[in-house]
Design a protein around this ligand. Structure first.
Ligand SMILES: Cc1cc2nc3c(=O)[nH]c(=O)nc-3n(C[C@H](O)[C@H](O)[C@H](O)COP(=O)(O)OP(=O)(O)OC[C@H]3O[C@@H](n4cnc5c(N)ncnc54)[C@H](O)[C@@H]3O)c2cc1C
Length: 64
């Protein structure tokens, strides 16, 4: 059975930074579990410039 010291769920910005720092210690074992980002075929991804529509800001949310 595989045992590790740390299990990190999510290989995004935070998860990768954390896994990188923790794994600098050769005595420490780290498992990083990433769900995957899907096909990436959304119009928001495929259309140049439209990615800005995903950035959280008042114009994209109902938060004033
Ligand atoms: C279009 C866009 C542009 C941006 N541009 C910038 C920029 O220029 N500069 C900047 O500083 N920030 C930018 N940001 C914001 C930045 O991307 C986020 O603030 C940052 O990625 C958040 O990091 P995080 O680790 O919290 O989450 P994320 O990076 O979103 O990582 C979360 C990870 O967890 C995974 N996950 C979710 N559920 C599960 C599960 N059940 N099991 C396993 N894995 C799972 C996801 O697949 C994902 O990989 C941008 C965001 C967007 C959407």
């Amino acid at each position: 059975m595989l045992t590790v010291d740390y299990v990190i769920v999510g290989g995004g910005s935070g998860g990768c930074a954390l896994a990188g720092r923790l794994s600098e210690d050769p005595e420490t074992s780290v498992a990083l579990v990433e769900a995957g980002a899907g096909k990436g075929d959304s119009t928001l991804i495929q259309t140049p410039g439209v990615m800005t529509a995903m950035v959280a800001k008042p114009i994209n949310t109902n938060v004033p």
